[in-house]
Design a protein around this ligand. Structure first.
Ligand code: CDP
Length: 209
């Protein structure tokens, strides 16, 4: 891999999307929201009436799905930017993301997308520093208290956030965990600008050595 990667993992509402987007902008890099990919695939299953518990059928759907996240999230040519954050998707996405057949298609696509850029990429998700880009230039694990993360998630509610966290950390396929060499950043009560600055500084220290 020739391009630089900043891999950002963390639980729901830890600030990954906001921080990753802002870091990418500060560096002039591109940004990849991998959660949006799992969510887009979930939208497609619900739209096509594919049972999300049917691992084989979901694996096939994942292998053939054309998913974009920029400039808007779409799947097989259908714009799902607004639909990806709805309640049925919050519920079903944990099942979709626990499917190893789905994950292998998504991971291959994520590597391909980042590899095709002529600038670095800030990638955020659950398994980015542990599985997708274990040799990333910089690995970051973002976290915050459950109270603050639920507040940021608004309508989704604390029970749903807790349920997704439990599903993400206990599943067999690529569970969410902090990589041993990741920078741990607690975003509770911190301004986005401060967190972005900390990450950019850390990158500078790594790349100047
Ligand atoms: O924005 P939020 O943190 O609430 O979730 P997201 O990043 O949109 O991801 C939605 C779901 O996709 C997560 O709860 C995970 O189950 C799954 N996911 C994953 O398994 N692996 C990733 N790299 C990204 C997301």
């Amino acid at each position: 891999m020739s391009q630089d990667i900043i891999a950002i993992d963390g639980p729901a509402g830890s600030g990954k999307s906001t921080v990753a987007r802002a870091v990418a902008q500060a560096l002039g890099w591109t940004f990849l929201d991998t959660g949006a990919m799992y969510r887009a695939l979930t939208c497609e299953a619900l739209h096509e009436g594919v049972d999300v518990h049917d691992q084989g059928a979901m694996g096939e759907l994942a292998a053939s799905a054309r998913i974009t996240t920029l400039p808007r999230v779409s799947v097989n040519g259908r714009d799902v930017e607004d639909e990806i954050r709805t309640e049925p998707v919050n519920v079903a996405v944990s099942v979709v993301a626990a499917n190893p057949l789905v994950r292998s298609s998504m991971v291959a696509r994520q590597r391909e997308l980042a590899g095709a850029q002529d600038v670095g990429t800030v990638v955020e998700g659950r398994d980015i520093s542990t599985v997708v880009f274990p040799n990333a230039t910089l690995k970051v694990y973002l976290t915050a208290t459950l109270e603050e993360r639920s507040r940021r998630r608004g309508e989704e509610g604390v029970e749903s956030v807790e349920r997704r966290d439990l599903a993400d950390t206990t599943r067999e396929a690529s569970p969410l965990r902090q990589a041993s060499d990741a920078l741990l950043v607690d975003t509770t009560g911190r301004r986005v600008e401060d967190v972005v600055e900390e990450i950019v500084e850390c990158l500078k220290n790594i790349t100047s050595n």
